[in-house]
Design a protein around this ligand. Structure first.
Ligand code: HEM
Ligand SMILES: *[C@@H]1O[C@H](CO)[C@@H](O)[C@H](O)[C@H]1NC(C)=O
Ligand SMILES: *[C@@H]1O[C@H](CO)[C@@H](O)[C@H](O)[C@H]1NC(C)=O
Ligand SMILES: *[C@@H]1O[C@H](CO)[C@@H](O)[C@H](O)[C@H]1NC(C)=O
Ligand SMILES: *[C@@H]1O[C@H](CO)[C@@H](O)[C@H](O)[C@H]1NC(C)=O
Ligand SMILES: *[C@@H]1O[C@H](CO)[C@@H](O)[C@H](O)[C@H]1NC(C)=O
Ligand SMILES: *[C@@H]1O[C@H](CO)[C@@H](O)[C@H](O)[C@H]1NC(C)=O
Ligand SMILES: *[C@@H]1O[C@H](CO)[C@@H](O)[C@H](O)[C@H]1NC(C)=O
Ligand SMILES: *[C@@H]1O[C@H](CO)[C@@H](O)[C@H](O)[C@H]1NC(C)=O
Ligand SMILES: *[C@@H]1O[C@H](CO)[C@@H](O)[C@H](O)[C@H]1NC(C)=O
Ligand SMILES: *[C@@H]1O[C@H](CO)[C@@H](O)[C@H](O)[C@H]1NC(C)=O
Length: 358
């Protein structure tokens, strides 16, 4: 009896530890995102996101660029948890007020439109953080870029991190070494820096983000010598005395709204707009140079790499399982209220100048 009891206990312990190991394994694997997460609960989610963006593009050719930037600025701060979308409230210090975001991030109204369409089709199912991942892929493919299977199943966070946004997001002025360190801090590498910078193949930037190159670069009293002189004169006209906050121009001067590899060919003619763009090729000895060169000569290689790096960026510390929540309103944590009844919408009064028309 004693032997049989011991044997049963031992067997039981074995089964329990086996279950612990198995559930640990499955625990990790169920915490992973996958492409079919909504196939049972919101099978049309991708088409709904895409068609809302198609509509927005009719009046705003920049919107796709603005939406992918939201995903980037979300993922780099406390992971891809929709933290960027939260407005100021009693409990939230909004990341929208961080230096890299203020007067610059835009498209929040379209995120809300997507959320409304999804709540109508499948209430309470799709997270705001997944909306940003889906909107990024739709925006890129609608602009002529690659498609990829978006991994899904993120849940929305309950907090924002204003100081994290100020310290974690890269600045165009800080040099490739420091920018690479910010990517490394979230599990991305030098290849990802170059590949994802290729998102600057569409969208706009304000004078304040490149005027450091125009008149007194880095305290030299002269413009940035790596800036194409033709582009330099247009930009100096566009941004006199360093320019106005409401003036923006195209990041890609050759094909402003298309997703292609011209960002990289522009760098070869010294036509990168931001200091951080041109440095990828012009910083002597930088490990980024051969990557730029191969993407400039082979768009397929860029497109394949872009899909992989986007999936990698979208995997930064997602909340899964029962962590976080599915927000009803992307601007507000469920059950809380916002102090901002009317959302500040930056960019509505801005002027875009196409340099080729100057
Ligand atoms: C490598 C470091 C990066 C730096 C320093 C940087 C910096 C900037 C700056 C300064 C602007 C202009 C913002 C404004 O004037 O309002 C901008 C715009 C943009 N960025 Fe980046 N960025 C970086 C990486 C990325 C990544 C990883 C993505 C996405 C994958 C991205 C996508 C965009 C897009 C699409 C725009 C245009 C947005 C619009 O037109 O609304 N950037 N970026
Ligand atoms: C996708 O992830 C969810 C949640 O972790 C899980 O329930 C589902 O089985 C996964 N689907 C596949 C095909 O792995
Ligand atoms: C999926 O959504 C698109 C865009 O809203 C719509 O045109 C289409 O009819 C929907 N399909 C189904 C099966 O509901
Ligand atoms: C944003 O723009 C407003 C109005 O032009 C200005 O008052 C504010 O200082 C700007 N904020 C930042 C962080 O640049
Ligand atoms: C905010 O972000 C910073 C920088 O990533 C991080 O060190 C800090 O732990 C975050 N704070 C919270 C409360 O998540
Ligand atoms: C790069 O980062 C270091 C350490 O954080 C800092 O001291 C330095 O000022 C940064 N360089 C630039 C150009 O921002
Ligand atoms: C960056 O990571 C990818 C895998 O995610 C890898 O293929 C690539 O070689 C890495 N690049 C560098 C410079 O380490
Ligand atoms: C323009 O900005 C640069 C630094 O980016 C600064 O050195 C220069 O004094 C500014 N010029 C004016 C007219 O504000
Ligand atoms: C800016 O100037 C500093 C100090 O003179 C120098 O170390 C640095 O390399 C310069 N940066 C660029 C991008 O030229
Ligand atoms: C400057 O840009 C133009 C195209 O805009 C190009 O033809 C020219 O070769 C570039 N100059 C240099 C020095 O890269
Ligand atoms: C471009 O890159 C793709 C993907 O890596 C490769 O299959 C193709 O052979 C390359 N094309 C050329 C002309 O090198």
């Amino acid at each position: 009896m004693a032997v049989a009891n011991w044997s049963a206990t031992c067997h039981g312990l074995f089964i329990i530890s086996f279950l612990v190991i198995v559930s640990a394994l499955f625990g990790t694997s169920s915490a992973q995102l996958n492409a079919t997460f909504y196939s049972g609960t919101c099978p049309n989610v991708s088409a709904i996101v895409r068609s809302t963006i198609e509509q927005a593009l009719q009046s705003d050719p920049r919107i796709g660029a603005s939406l992918i930037r939201l995903h980037f600025h979300d993922c780099f701060v406390n992971g891809c948890d929709g933290s960027l979308l939260l407005d100021d409230s009693a409990n939230i210090q909004s990341e929208k007020n961080a230096v890299p975001n203020a007067n610059s991030t835009r498209g929040f109204n379209v995120v809300d439109d997507i959320k409304t369409a999804l709540e109508n089709a499948c209430p309470g199912i799709v997270s705001c953080s997944d909306i940003l991942a889906l909107a990024s892929e739709a925006s890129v493919s609608l602009a002529g870029g690659p498609t990829w299977a978006v991994l899904l199943g993120r849940r929305d966070g309950l907090t924002a991190n204003l100081s994290g946004a100020n310290t974690g997001l890269p600045s165009p002025f800080e040099g490739i070494t420091n920018i690479t360190a910010k990517f490394t801090a979230v599990g991305l590498n030098t290849t990802d820096v170059v590949v994802l910078s290729g998102a600057h193949t569409f969208g706009r930037a304000a004078c304040a983000t490149f005027n450091n190159r125009l008149f007194n670069f880095n305290g030299t009293g002269s413009p940035d010598p790596t800036l194409n002189s033709t582009l330099l004169s247009s930009l100096q006209q566009l941004c006199p005395q360093n320019g106005s906050a409401s003036v923006v121009t195209n990041l890609d001067l050759s094909t402003p709204d298309a997703f292609d590899n011209n960002y990289f060919t522009n760098l070869q003619s010294n036509n990168g707009l931001l200091q951080s763009d041109q440095e990828l090729l012009s910083d002597t000895g930088s490990p980024t140079i051969p990557i730029v060169t191969s993407f400039a000569s082979n768009q397929t290689q860029f497109f394949e790499a872009f899909a992989l790096s986007m999936i990698k960026m979208g995997n930064i510390s997602p909340l899964t399982g029962s962590s976080g929540e599915i927000r009803q309103d992307c601007k507000v944590v469920n059950g809380q209220s916002t102090t901002q009844a009317i959302e500040l919408r930056s960019g509505s009064a801005e002027k875009t100048v196409n340099l080729e028309e100057m």
